[in-house]
Ligand binder design. Structure first.
Ligand code: HEC
Length: 180
């Protein structure tokens, strides 16, 4: 047997196989990622929402010259539609996962875009901070109207249910009572 396959030693492959067979692998990977990102974060400046916003919108250049996120992504009111809308990203993804997503390890289109102009860990931390703010929630007017719309839909469906019930009791229900 080959002692090494590609860049991995047999021992590393054995560890990898063991990890894949572990039903708690996802947890272990997540914990390892969290520890690694904490170690990295300890060497960085504190996350800044406002720097993140400027990087996202392209008013501040990336260190390595990559294109602004807003070209492809919407966050809040504005942005491109080529990539997914990131407005509510924080409801689906924790900050650690965001930082790793922003460094596009797993995304094909993005890894191509930033391959030669990588986003630095510091920039990813600022961007994740910006994308984590709840105020990013879109179109305040829609949000404000939502309870009203919800309430009127509720009233309408209540009326429909009451109407159906009345009809039923007039036909089937009362007839049943008549039989009994
Ligand atoms: C060239 C267009 C493009 C640019 C520029 C771009 N993205 Fe993306 N992004 C995508 C696409 C497309 C996806 C969907 C996954 C894929 O195919 O790569 C994505 C996925 C993501 C995701 C995962 C979203 C999810 O719902 O899981 C995050 C987070 C993200 N991008 C953040 C960013 C940030 C932050 C920037 C700026 C540094 C950025 N992107 C720049 C196109 C882009």
């Amino acid at each position: 047997m080959e002692p090494r396959v590609g860049p991995l030693s047999e021992n590393e492959i054995a560890q990898f196989v063991e990890l894949l067979q572990d039903s708690r692998a996802q947890d272990r990977i997540r914990i390892a990622q969290e520890l690694a990102s904490k170690a990295v974060a300890a060497t960085l400046d504190p996350a800044s929402e406002s720097i993140g916003k400027k990087l996202f919108e392209g008013t501040t250049q990336f260190t390595n010259g990559g294109i602004a996120c807003v070209t492809c992504h919407r966050a809040g009111a504005q942005g491109g539609t080529f990539g997914p809308d990131l407005t509510n990203l924080h409801t689906r993804m924790g900050k650690v996962a965001m930082i790793s997503a922003i460094q596009q390890t797993q995304f094909l289109v993005m890894s191509g875009t930033y391959k030669n102009q990588p986003i630095t860990a510091q920039e990813a931390v600022h961007l994740a901070e910006y994308l984590s703010i709840p105020e990013l929630m879109p179109t305040a007017s829609m949000e404000d109207n939502a309870p009203m719309i919800g309430a009127s839909l509720g009233v309408i469906s209540l009326l429909v249910v009451v109407g159906l019930y009345r009809k039923r009791s007039r036909n089937g229900f009362s007839r049943q009572r008549g039989i009994a």
